[in-house]
Design a protein around this ligand. Structure first.
Ligand SMILES: [Zn+2]
Length: 150
């Protein structure tokens, strides 16, 4: 983002920046945290900006921390995840709706490993869970042609 600077004129951004920096506060708008020594942006704002720049990194981070919380071993290399996420469309089609993609462990007894991962929709993932709870073999439904109207 390029700012046009007029000599002698300070933008509201400049004024905020100076005011907050002099009070030792993070210079981002509405943020009242304190940055580390010799820095101007706090860790929280910095990581938010980092994730905003790199959405796949956010997905990877969420997956990894979720695995840690659920005590599931996690052994996916970041480079592998990047490639797999964009090849499957996961980076664009993740979310809450039934058709959005999820990261599924093929064998639930194993952790997140490259050969134990597939990207399937929420609906498929729930269906798979049902089959597993009932001790039946699961097979992925044929993916319907997206161009066909219903
Ligand atoms: Zn901040």
């Amino acid at each position: 983002m390029k700012r046009t600077k007029l000599r002698g004129l300070k933008s509201s951004y400049d004024r905020r920046r100076e005011r907050k920096a002099s009070r030792n506060l993070c210079i981002r708008k509405y943020c009242r945290r304190r940055p580390r020594p010799y820095r101007r942006v706090c860790d929280t704002c910095e990581s938010r900006e980092k994730f905003a720049r790199n959405p796949i990194l956010r997905l990877f981070h969420n997956l990894k921390s979720g695995a840690k919380r659920r005590r599931i071993p996690f052994a996916l290399p970041f480079a592998w995840f990047c490639a797999a996420a964009s090849a499957s469309g996961y980076d664009r089609a993740h979310g809450q709706s039934r058709d959005s993609l999820t990261v599924d462990r093929i064998d639930n007894r194993r952790g997140y490993e490259p050969d134990n991962i597939q990207f399937i929709s929420h609906a498929e993932n729930s269906r798979k869970g049902w089959y597993e709870r009932h001790g039946k073999p699961w097979e992925q439904k044929e993916v319907e042609n997206e161009n066909e109207p219903f």
